[in-house]
Design a protein around this ligand. Sequence first.
Ligand code: FAD
Length: 391
Amino acid sequence: VHAPLAADFYGFQEALTPVEHDASARLRDFMEREVRPLALDYWDRAEFPHQIIPGLADCGMFGAMWPETMRFENSAVWRGWAALELGRVDPSTATFVGVQSGLSMSSIAIGGSPEQRAQWLPPMGRGELIGAFGLTEPLSGSDASKGLRTTAERRGDTWVLNGAKRWIGNATFADVVVIWARDTADGQVKGFLVRRGTPGFTTTKIERKQALRIVQNADITLDGVEVDEADRLPNIHSFREVAVVLRLTRAEVAWQAVGVAVGAYEATVRYVAEREQFGRPLASFQLVQDRLAQCLGNITASIALCLQASRMQDAGRLGDEHAALAKGYATTRMRETVAWCRELLGGNGIQLDHGVAKFFADAEAVYSFEGTRDMNNLIVGRAITGVSAFV
Ligand code: FAD
């Protein structure tokens, strides 16, 4: 039986079809059995649990959107709900899936030829091959479009890539990294499938990260890396198509943020019921109940917003500004919620074993990646005013 989440106060999960509902039950069961028990230790050691990949694939987490890899008929609402389910147990696992399925596979599905799709998507859908998405650079994060410096120079049927990437999730072990580089001839951004082991391509793990420690982020250097024309994504002509990928993933990161808030909230509700001060459970104090109500309000409003964004996506009406508002709003409410939850645990709120400190730390990365709150709000501001504040 798939009991509704108590944090789903208004019963939003009813929006799922019966098939999606069953898939959500399988996913929640997998996350509780296979991921929750190991997440704290792997996070503490900053290691990635490769053994969870086949189970995530069986739950249909990789490429649910694309005909080659979808396990069952599904909607953007389901894919968003899945991101919530992943995030509420482990935000790093949600991010790993977001990079593999959202960023990497979507780049290949949107930008790739039929041959490239046939070659890469099925094994990636089974979790046999892992992907990464290399956009951010040491000198360009928010300014990913105009500031992109990695170059691609065409020499006959070969492209030569030079430059550097930073923060690239999964890259330390990925079989293929989608590298975004600027064509030296026409100045446009193009996409290249760079395989692990290609000469001149090196990845170095970013150490001492204090959020999403399970996710393996890397610095990449590209030093005269040769890529066949056959490994260029032919349907990417400029940064416009990269933005299409980001629009899809941003809407899912918004759902992931709701999951992070839900995970922290659930742990807090349990804690305040058990912990006593002044001879009574914390849960019995009015100020504590007020905080819990504010957390639940944040979660509820965020789900409502994300749900409508996903419905717009299913109807083909999701614009960049809608995805940006969902990401900016849900991550801001998440950040507020995990901070209140941390506070309600007192000192134990900063200690890993009490179930909130990890959400609190992870939330900071979810708040800043896939466009910071500022950049997402500026995309919304551009839609409101007709004036871009950042280009
Ligand atoms: P900056 O762009 O330097 O921004 C710093 C601050 O300045 C921010 O608060 C920002 O909002 C503000 N700012 C910048 N410009 C403006 C402006 N015009 N107006 C107002 N404020 C502004 N990238 C990938 O390509 N692939 C990945 O897989 C990937 N994974 C990531 C995983 C993690 C854990 C993290 C932390 C990052 C990851 N990133 C990845 C990079 C991520 O997308 C960037 O960190 C993000 O876009 C912000 O860029 P930045 O860190 O360079 O910050």
